[in-house]
Design a protein around this ligand. Structure first.
Ligand SMILES: CC(C)(COP(=O)(O)OP(=O)(O)OC[C@H]1O[C@@H](n2cnc3c(N)ncnc32)[C@H](O)[C@@H]1OP(=O)(O)O)[C@@H](O)C(=O)NCCC(=O)NCCS
Length: 176
């Protein structure tokens, strides 16, 4: 008898983020981050014609999302999160696979993301889903409101091996 147990995985539906999703996204954001994006942050990124936001849904309920910017030579992941109740079920991996699917040779051949130094589970997630840490930027994230020190960013890069273009040096924006 085969005793191999299959890990439970969700197959979320991915679609564009709609204005009506913002309250759900803000709730998940507060649940996930010490420095959550505000409604204004969301408005600003959605007003940017190069900003793309997708949500992951199960039974039409939003359980995760990602936001990225289209830069001339690469994509920049600004935010990606999954509701606590739906973690370790492959939702984050599904979002990253969607992002990788947007890459194309000679055009946008990689994705960059800056992750806070203290976000260790974020680092583990990026490492497990095919990203490589390529740079460390001291003092990258703003200081906390209580006057704490600025936080270091680890910059991760995702490529599809066949598209690899090691010369991408574009700057990154402020993300989680
Ligand atoms: C990081 C995050 C998006 C992962 O989402 P998820 O849907 O749970 O991820 P997946 O189930 O697809 O995980 C894929 C793999 O990543 C790794 N991983 C994910 N979360 C991890 C954790 N907390 N600790 C260690 N490894 C982890 C595992 O290898 C996992 O595979 P496995 O479950 O088969 O072992 C989610 O934990 C989250 O929303 N965190 C807060 C927000 C955040 O830090 N976002 C990233 C920076 S913007």
């Amino acid at each position: 008898m085969n005793h191999t147990t299959q890990k439970r995985q969700l197959k979320p539906h991915l679609r564009w983020l709609l204005a009506g999703d913002v309250p759900d996204v803000l709730t998940i954001e507060r649940e996930c981050f010490e420095h959550p994006w505000t409604e204004d942050d969301w408005r600003r990124v959605l007003a940017n014609r190069d900003g793309i936001a997708l949500v992951a849904t199960v039974d039409e309920r939003v359980i995760g999302y990602m936001v990225y910017l289209k830069k001339p030579r690469h994509l920049e992941l600004l935010n990606l999160a999954v509701r606590r109740t739906h973690r370790r079920l492959g939702v984050g991996r599904t979002l990253v696979a969607k992002l990788a699917g947007k890459l194309s040779p000679g055009r946008r051949s990689s994705v960059l993301a800056a992750v806070r130094e203290r976000n260790l589970s974020g680092h583990q997630f990026f490492a497990a889903t095919g990203w490589m840490a390529v740079r460390v930027v001291d003092g990258y994230f703003d200081a906390q409101e209580d006057g704490g020190e600025k936080e270091t960013a680890y910059v991760f890069r995702l490529t599809r091996p066949q598209f690899d273009d090691a010369n991408v040096q574009d700057p990154i924006s402020n993300v989680q």
